[in-house]
Design a protein around this ligand. Structure first.
Ligand SMILES: Nc1nc2c(ncn2[C@@H]2O[C@H](COP(=O)(O)OP(=O)(O)OP(=O)(O)O)[C@@H](O)[C@H]2O)c(=O)[nH]1
Length: 307
């Protein structure tokens, strides 16, 4: 089997162009274009020969050509995989991957191959879109994994994680942190008399009050059931007690069957503990115990833990 070597460039699946490196257009004037170039550019070979590469490139690609591609080519004798945009006959712009080699130094020819990169760019765009969607999905999944579905507050897992972060910061800055645990009083009765859905509504309204009462730096979450917890950075015990007093007032504005909602709160401040045992677990346990003591001593009150 043999082939006609004059037809070889016409069978390549890319635009093959030749320019003379020393022409008066600075290596831009086309001397040759293959059949693929005719088809891709929508121009006849006759009209292409004599035109310059500058005529074919978009303004941005011309800047790339002048400032990067041509100097590199003249210096290195080769340049590979440079993205350019070609303006075709109908005004359509085609992205291409350009490779070029320079023969015989400055007096020689430059051989160009321009691969149509339209599909490659489309695939890139699809990959970027798919990656963005994956990021959005994983962000949604993350939010679901750290949020309590009913109240929108952070859930127990996230509460612990954020609390440990705040405690680590507080240890470094040697500032106090307080933890408050609060529980709705006689909530079973609310469910029994008003129904479970009304109970859910109360939990949501209480969560709104807690969220509004919290400072941006506080962490407030639903620990489980009708039990909630606050982590209050830069807050000593007396400030935490003041905070709890205000909370009783605000929560009391929620009415159930004509009666104000009441809560019992236990608070503890890290000041009262040795640095080494300042874990959220320890602080929570102490505040929880104080909260149960508040229940036992009549409910609707706050007690400070006495470790
Ligand atoms: N509606 C609703 N009720 C819940 C939810 N989680 C827990 N509960 C209810 O909260 C009630 C808690 O009851 P108990 O543990 O007996 O406490 P209590 O009635 O509040 O009494 P004290 O805590 O002693 O004041 C139970 O009836 C649970 O079913 C929830 O997501 N929605």
């Amino acid at each position: 089997m043999s082939y006609d070597k004059h037809w070889v460039p016409d069978n390549f699946p890319c635009a093959c162009l030749v320019t003379a490196s020393s022409d008066h257009q600075g290596g831009r004037q086309l001397q040759y274009a293959n059949a693929y170039a005719e088809k891709m550019l929508g121009k006849s070979r006759q009209s292409l020969v004599g035109q310059t590469l500058t005529d074919l490139l978009t303004p941005a690609s011309n800047i790339m050509f002048d400032t990067y591609l041509l100097p590199l080519l003249l210096h290195e004798g080769v340049c590979e995989e440079v993205m350019l945009d070609i303006q075709c006959a109908e005004g359509q712009v085609i992205p291409v991957v350009a490779n070029a080699t320079l023969t015989d130094g400055e007096e020689g020819y430059i051989y160009w191959s321009l691969f149509n990169a339209t599909r490659r760019n489309q695939l890139d765009q699809e990959l970027i879109r798919a990656r963005r969607q994956l990021e959005e999905h994983s962000e949604k999944l993350y939010q679901l994994s750290v949020t309590d579905e009913l109240t929108g507050l952070v859930n127990r897992r996230q509460l612990k994680r954020r609390a440990e972060q705040l405690l680590a910061q507080a240890r470094r800055s040697q500032s106090p942190v307080s933890v408050a645990v609060l529980d709705i009083d006689n909530f079973k009765q609310v469910n029994d008399t008003e129904g479970h859905l009304a109970g859910d509504e109360i939990l949501k309204r209480l969560a709104d009050v807690l969220r509004e009462h919290a400072r941006a730096s506080d962490v407030v979450g639903r620990y489980g059931g009708e039990e909630f917890s606050f982590v209050l950075p830069d807050t000593c015990e007396s400030d935490a007690l003041m905070f709890a007093r205000r909370l009783h007032e605000l929560v009391g504005r929620i009415q159930i069957g004509g009666r104000p909602l009441t809560i019992s709160i236990g608070v503890v401040s890290s000041e009262q503990l040795k640095q080494s045992i300042n874990s959220y677990e320890t602080l929570f346990e102490l505040a929880d115990r104080a909260m149960y003591e508040a229940k036992e001593s009549g409910r609707n009150r706050t007690l400070a833990a006495r470790p």
